[in-house]
Write a protein that binds this ligand. Sequence first.
Ligand code: PLP
Length: 433
Amino acid sequence: PEPLTPGELLALDREHVWHPYGPMPGRTEPLLVESASGVRLRLAEPVEGRTELVDGMSSWWSAVHGYRHPVLDEAAHGQLDRMSHVMFGGLTHEPAVRLAKRLVDITPQPLRHVFLADSGSVSVEVAVKMCLQYWRSAGKPRKQRLLTWRGGYHGDTWQPMSVCDPDGGMHELWQGVLPRQIFADAPPPGFDAAPDPAYAAHLRELIARHAEELAAVIVEPVVQGAGGMRFHSPGYLRVLREACDAHGVLLVFDEIATGFGRTGTLFAAEHAGVAPDVMCVGKALTGGYLTLGATLCTTAVADGISRGALPVLAHGPTFMGNPLATAVAGAAIDLLLSQDWAREVARIETGLRTGLAAAERIPGVREVRVLGAIGVVQLDHEVDLAAATRAAVREGVWLRPFRDLLYTMPPYITSDEDVARICAAVCAAARAG
Ligand code: PLP
C-alpha cells in the first residue's frame, strides 16, 4: 500500500477507528506508535518534543517482560513457522497442552482444568457459565446470581459488566438490563490494615442470606484495579472462602490484572493462602504479546458440570487455544519463572515508594499507595486527562490516568532510573492535572 504520513493516519483513525471508551468520530488524538522495544514506545512523530516514551502502563498490566523480548519474539516466530491457528474442536496441539499444564502447575493446587479463552472478559464469561452450569447440573437451577463487592472491574462483556462497580462506574448505563447481581460494600482500604470484623460480618451475612440463589462470589483478590486501584487486606479472601464453603457457594478469583507477580506474589490469592474454585487469568499471560485468557477450575466443578443433563461446558470460540497465543504464553511463563521475578517486583516497589513519596506534598493529592509493581496517586478531584498526559509525555513517560487516579504498573524489566523517571512524570501529571 501507499505510505501514509502520520497526519494522514491520525485523520483516518479519527474518522474510522473506535478506541476504548471513545466517541465516534474520535475527539482526541491518540499518539501514533511506530514501534516498541524494551520499556520504550517509539512515536511516529515528536509529541511535546519526545519521540520515545518509557511505558509506565505495561500496556494495561500486560507487557511485564517489555516489548520485543527476544525469547518471546522467537516463540512467536517459531510458532508462525508451524501454524498460527487451527480450530480447537476435535483437534489439539502442543502449545495449548503445554500451557494448560504450566498453568495447573503454578496456580493454587486444586485448580486442575483449563479453558483457553480469547480475552480476559471472555475468561470471566466462561467462569460465570461454569458456575451456573455447575449448579444446574446439581439440580439447583435457582442458584444463578453472583455476589461481588462494589468498586470492582471484571471486563466489558455482559456477565462481567454485571459485576462491575454499579455506582457511577463505567457500566452505569446498563443497570436495569444487566443480570441483577448482589453487591457487598467495597472492602475497607489498606493492604496492611487488620481485617475489620464488622465488614467480615457484612460479607458473611450477605452470603448466608442469599445462599439459595447464589451461584458464586466473584472478586479481584487484593487489588481492585480499573474500578479504582484500591488495595485491601487479604484477610477478606479467607472470610469469603469460609463463608462460601459454609453456605454452598462457589468462589471465583479474577486474577486477570493481579496474576503473574504484579502484587509481589505469583498470584494475589497467595497473600491470603486460599484457593478459589474457579480462577481467571489474562493480560500478562502472554507477556502482553497476544490476546488470551484462561479460566481454571477444580475437579469438583468440572465433574459437577459433566454430571449434568448437558454434560459438556457449553462454550467454544473460534480462536479458542490459539497456537500462536498459547506458544507465546508458555514462553512468557517460562521466562518469568526462569528469573528472580519477585526480586524485580520488590525492587520496583522500593523505587515506587521512594519516587512517589514526593507526590504526597503536591496540593490536590489525597493519597499515595504502592503495592508490588503498582503505584497509585489519588487526587481529590477528577484528573484533567489531556493536561496530565501531556505533562507525563513532557517527562518522556506514557501514563493513562482515569477518574481521580494517576497510576503506574511498569514492566518488571524497568531499570531503577526509569522507575524514578516514571515517578517524576506521575508527580508532574499530578501538578498539571
Ligand atoms: N478482569 C480484570 C480484573 C481486569 O482488570 C480486566 C481488564 O482490565 C478484565 C477482567 C477484562 O480483560 P480484557 O480487557 O482482556 O477483556
